[in-house]
Design a protein around this ligand. Structure first.
Ligand SMILES: NC(=O)c1ccc[n+]([C@@H]2O[C@H](COP(=O)([O-])OP(=O)(O)OC[C@H]3O[C@@H](n4cnc5c(N)ncnc54)[C@H](OP(=O)(O)O)[C@@H]3O)[C@@H](O)[C@H]2O)c1
Length: 302
């Protein structure tokens, strides 16, 4: 197996790289990781040449502008990276006969009359922001690759940047003694990059490649307030006691770009494909233990 990963230095790419090297099923794989420092995914010539030269069996396309606000303020950039970038990658996959796995988002849904059992793969998307629109366009472009898999996921945490990891952002803000307001009436399924990486490995190593769309998220839904308060308690209960996050309402927020009030997935299809995800609390426990250990060893080194 020759696996080519774009956006490999991002939150998910970093977790995936670790999981790939730890998993015996992928021990023999030849993996090429590319990131923004290698070339701009919006550069057609560079992207095409790199994929064609490697001749992958599977491309895992993670590179994206993955945050809502920058897409809203610079739609040209969002189009270039999140739409043209997917087009270049998909065309190169078609040219070399590679499979394509593309990562999309729960934000493709509008949250209006959200189904009680969670959004299934068959529900009709209705994006509310430039980011969500570009992710949906990316899904449609990816679908032109004969063997493609669109993995939608939600509210990722487990990165190393506060702007892309709510758990880390909440802990660091509390450590700085900042007052935090977190929304207590917007729902989705928070997902740990490590658990998503393991699910991706499961899907990529199945005997039968699952073409189409599949929803992948940690078990259980939550609000950002529940997630933040739980994470603080796990990391250091004293931090939570000293700097508890204040609950605010979705309706009182002035967002840059629209977002769904409820975008929790239904993940029965993933279970049918043979993979069960841990609960989000279990995932936060592991992430916080990891962070605590890293922070402690940094304190010891200093
Ligand atoms: N984060 C979430 O909550 C979430 C939820 C649902 C779906 N997703 C999707 O999951 C995927 C992975 O997300 P993530 O959280 O790992 O995002 P991430 O940490 O932002 O990683 C994306 C990577 O793409 C790189 N990139 C940005 N512009 C690029 C360009 N022009 N050319 C090449 N590379 C470029 C970024 O580099 P720089 O960091 O240097 O810009 C970054 O390393 C994305 O498709 C995202 O849309 C994310």
């Amino acid at each position: 197996m020759r696996l080519y990963i774009t956006g490999a230095d991002g939150s998910l790419g970093t977790a995936l790289t670790r999981e790939l090297s730890a998993d015996p099923r992928t021990a023999e794989w030849t993996v090429k990781r590319v990131s923004v420092t290698d070339f701009d995914i919006g550069d057609e010539a560079a992207t095409t040449a790199s994929i064609r030269a490697f001749r992958p069996d599977l491309v895992l396309h993670l590179a994206a502008i993955s945050i809502v606000a920058p897409c809203e303020t610079d739609p040209g950039l969002a189009l270039r990276v999140n739409v043209s970038g997917v087009h270049q990658v998909a065309e190169a996959c078609r040219a070399v006969g590679s499979r394509l796995v593309y990562i999309s988002s729960d934000y493709v849904f509008d949250g209006v009359d959200a189904p009680a059992e969670g959004y299934r793969e068959t529900h009709v998307p209705n994006p509310l922001s430039v980011y969500a629109l570009t992710k949906l366009a990316g899904e449609q472009i990816a679908a032109h690759v004969p063997e493609h898999l669109v993995v939608r996921t939600s509210w990722l945490f487990g990165g190393s940047a506060e702007n892309n990891d709510d758990v880390l952002a909440t802990i660091r803000a509390a450590q700085r003694g900042e007052r935090q307001e977190l929304i207590s009436d917007q729902y989705s399924r928070p997902t740990y990059t490590v658990d998503l990486a393991r699910a991706l490995i499961h899907l990529m190593t199945r005997d039968e490649f699952p073409t189409g769309i599949v929803h992948v998220a940690n078990e259980g839904r939550a609000t950002r307030h529940e997630l933040g308060a739980y994470a603080l308690m796990q990391y250091d209960p004293k931090l939570n006691a000293d700097h508890p996050p204040t609950a605010i309402s979705f309706d009182d927020c002035e967002f840059v770009g629209g977002r769904p009030r409820t975008s929790a997935f239904n993940t029965e299809l993933l279970a049918e494909l043979g993979h069960l995800m841990p609960r989000w609390q279990d995932a936060v426990d592991r992430h916080c233990a990891d962070l605590y250990q890293r922070d402690s060893s940094e304190r010891t080194t200093v």
